[in-house]
Ligand binder design. Structure first.
Ligand SMILES: *[C@@H]1O[C@H](CO)[C@@H](O)[C@H](O)[C@H]1NC(C)=O
Ligand SMILES: *[C@@H]1O[C@H](CO)[C@@H](O)[C@H](O)[C@H]1NC(C)=O
Ligand SMILES: *[C@@H]1O[C@H](CO)[C@@H](O)[C@H](O)[C@H]1NC(C)=O
Ligand SMILES: *[C@@H]1O[C@H](CO)[C@@H](O)[C@H](O)[C@H]1NC(C)=O
Ligand SMILES: *[C@@H]1O[C@H](CO)[C@@H](O)[C@H](O)[C@H]1NC(C)=O
Ligand SMILES: *[C@@H]1O[C@H](CO)[C@@H](O)[C@H](O)[C@H]1NC(C)=O
Ligand SMILES: *[C@@H]1O[C@H](CO)[C@@H](O)[C@H](O)[C@H]1NC(C)=O
Ligand SMILES: *[C@@H]1O[C@H](CO)[C@@H](O)[C@H](O)[C@H]1NC(C)=O
Ligand SMILES: *[C@@H]1O[C@H](CO)[C@@H](O)[C@H](O)[C@H]1NC(C)=O
Length: 593
């Protein structure tokens, strides 16, 4: 997002809407009320600026999706022939007629081209308008809503309308009905203050890892970079600094990766990487506060493990703003928490992209409006079509979603709608069929981590690539037809990181995501060095052949919502997916694909 986007002047809120006054309005989206935890207070100040993002209909998405299925299917002749930025954008673009109708509507309020920001594919239009004007345009009333636990305040509404003739051209407009609270899985509740140290570890000698090779006994207590390479059978694999392969971490909110901590971590866990650096990319005003006090646990964990494991692969850290810094006298942020769309807007506009990207942020699926989840999911598909492997942590609340396991009391597992029915809580983006979702394990031999979120989407139906595998699990349970997750898993307990100059242990699928992504990046490294395209969207390969190179996790379960959750079992399960990496075997299969 260009910060130069002009705010449309307040006075213009009183211009006539021209002939649009005569076209009947129809409700575009509405929700019963704010999700649990949000309380409505005063009407929003009329002159408060809102940055409205308008998603235009993408008539060619089904074609884009067909390309994705072909390009990421090893059995297809077009496997790996990824689309360019231009080709992808052409398939994301709205119909010219759509642009015309929407421009005309905006223009009827005096909002001309100079006040518009358009995404690279022209599929999003962003305007900055005062609440008073947004209320006229959307025939609604905005209020201030406050979150009871966090005290966070946002400007939202529970329903909005558009002229009838716009409905087929506009997919959604936000911020309106979206109350999601995107957050890193690693909350302070997971924080172990005990300082870990390998040297004081009581365990010496070796034990046998899942691949049958020796692993330091200390790895059954504390996970380091060496441990992950040993456990997942990648000791001695060297990546290239210059073959064009890259890895990236996507971070949101005020999560800063502290460079001093990173260097200290490198000294401890990968001295070869000491002194190396990564590229920092700010999106939508994302900041990079290098004060020790501002270090983020999530950002430190992600950069330390992903960059440490894959060094010397060139690395990027995306910092996407979206919840502006708290300014006491201005308590209402101008934007909502919808940074995925902003992040996608940026990355999809780039000519060259990192081949592997890990994200450890998410929310409960039901708090993300279906229209927004679907649209963002389509953006992930577009990245897949361009050859990017997207990896997300599955969540840390067991079957109770993103809540930390400690908070997952049975009282929380209800649907947000009028039915208030008891249910497990799937997470987004893990439940999007175009990303790879990573659950968590612990110990050696590996067992499912009890916080590992998994289950079934209530939004997305099951993609074909899951049918064979997932049905096997469902045969013994009630059969369903929805997208299942996670896809895979990795160690997720007692990761030894450096935070504000001290060694700490941390846990969560936040650990598993950068860990799994690092091995994917190494596979991409090998393929690129051999002159082959990267793996791109991984799931078709994983479910069809790759699973044979994963360690099947068959012990453990993911309790939550007052239940024992699901059981890990032979084959795919909604706790650990298809299993954890055996890099040497994966490499063999990846080179044969
Ligand atoms: C985590 O570390 C604690 C001690 O710091 C140890 O008791 C526990 O077994 C470890 N858990 C795992 C899963 O490694
Ligand atoms: C990887 O690099 C290390 C250090 O430079 C070297 O000792 C080792 O032989 C390399 N391994 C392979 C498989 O090339
Ligand atoms: C590493 O990169 C960050 C972000 O671009 C920058 O702030 C920092 O100064 C760099 N550190 C070194 C040692 O070059
Ligand atoms: C950076 O973070 C520190 C600690 O939270 C804070 O005191 C400082 O004001 C921040 N700096 C900027 C430029 O935001
Ligand atoms: C749960 O919370 C309690 C109290 O804050 C804490 O002592 C305990 O370690 C937490 N358990 C886990 C698994 O995080
Ligand atoms: C939903 O149902 C539960 C259990 O019956 C009840 O405790 C809770 O208050 C209900 N929530 C709402 C918003 O009605
Ligand atoms: C790893 O630790 C777990 C939990 O303490 C234990 O059950 C298991 O036997 C240990 N593994 C090995 C190989 O010693
Ligand atoms: C896969 O399963 C889904 C849900 O049951 C179904 O809609 C779809 O047609 C199935 N696909 C194939 C290829 O069987
Ligand atoms: C999970 O395993 C436990 C213990 O073996 C068993 O009692 C339970 O019925 C299983 N749950 C499901 C849903 O299969």
């Amino acid at each position: 997002m260009h910060m130069s986007l002009l705010a449309f002047p307040f006075a213009a809120a009183f211009v006539s809407a021209g002939h649009y006054r005569d076209i009947p309005r129809k409700i575009k989206e509405s929700i019963q009320g704010p999700p649990r935890g949000w309380l409505r207070s005063d009407p929003a100040p009329p002159d408060r600026l809102l940055e409205l993002k308008i998603a235009l209909t993408q008539p060619h998405f089904p074609i884009l999706e067909k390309h994705l299925w072909a390009l990421s299917n090893p059995k297809h002749e077009r496997y790996g022939a990824y689309l360019s930025k231009e080709e992808t954008e052409a398939l994301m673009a709205p119909h010219p007629g759509t642009l015309e109708v929407v421009d005309e509507w905006l223009s009827s309020y005096g909002i001309e081209e100079e006040y518009l920001y358009r995404s690279s594919a022209q599929d999003w239009v962003t305007i900055r308008v005062p609440v008073a004007l947004a209320e006229k345009m959307l025939d609604t009333k905005y209020h201030i809503y406050t979150h009871s636990d966090s005290g966070e305040s946002i400007v939202r509404t529970t329903s909005y309308s558009l002229p009838e003739n716009l409905h087929e051209h506009v997919e959604l407009i936000q911020p309106t009905t979206m109350f999601t609270r995107l957050r890193p899985f690693r909350s302070t509740l997971h924080w172990s203050t005990s300082v870990s140290s390998r040297s004081t570890s009581p365990s010496t000698g070796t034990i046998t890892g899942p691949a049958g090779n020796p692993v330091d006994a200390s790895c059954n207590i504390t996970i380091t970079i060496d441990c992950l390479r040993q456990i997942y059978n990648a000791v001695g694999y060297n990546t290239s600094a210059t073959n064009g392969n890259q890895i990236a971490i996507a971070s949101y909110l005020e999560e800063y990766a502290n460079n001093q901590d990173l260097q200290q971590f490198f000294q401890l866990e990968n001295p070869m990487a000491y002194g190396s650096n990564y590229t920092f990319v700010s999106i939508n005003g994302g900041l990079n506060n290098q004060s020790y006090a501002a270090a983020g646990i999530e950002a430190n964990l992600d950069t330390q493990f992903a960059f440490g494991l894959t060094y010397p692969t060139p690395a990027t850290f995306y910092s996407t703003g979206g919840r502006p810094p708290y300014i006491p006298e201005v308590q209402l942020p101008e934007n909502g928490n919808e940074p995925y769309a902003k992040w996608l807007d940026y990355v999809l506009s780039q000519e060259y992209l990192p081949q592997t990207i890990s994200t450890s942020f998410a929310d409960d699926e039901q708090t993300v409006p279906y229209s927004y989840a679907k649209r963002v999911c389509c953006g992930f598909a577009a990245l897949g079509a361009r050859g990017v492997s997207l990896v997300f942590g599955s969540g840390d609340g067991g079957v109770a979603g993103t809540k930390s396991h400690n908070e997952s009391d049975p009282g929380q597992c209800f649907s947000n709608d009028a039915t208030n029915k008891t249910m497990f809580i799937p997470t987004f983006p893990s439940a999007c069929p175009y990303v790879t979702s990573v659950g968590g394990t612990n110990y050696i031999p590996e067992t499912a981590a009890l916080f590992s979120t998994g289950g079934f989407s209530n939004y997305f139906s099951r993609p074909d690539y899951q049918n064979k595998t997932v049905t096997k699990y469902l045969e013994t349970l009630a059969p369903g037809t929805m997208m299942a997750f996670p896809d895979v898993a990795a160690q997720a307990f007692n990761f030894s990181i450096v935070y504000q100059g001290q060694q700490h242990n941390t846990y969560g699928t936040s650990c598993a995501s950068p860990a799994f992504a690092s091995f994917v990046s190494m596979l991409n490294d090998a393929r690129i060095s051999a002159g082959r395209p990267p793996l791109g969207f991984l799931n078709q390969w994983l479910y069809e052949t790759g699973y044979a190179a994963l360690n099947d996790i068959t012990v453990g379960n993911n309790p939550g919502c007052g239940t024992e959750g699901f059981n890990a079992t032979i084959g795919w399960d909604p706790v650990t997916g298809l299993g954890t990496p055996n890099f040497e075997k994966l490499l063999e299969l990846a080179m044969a694909a």
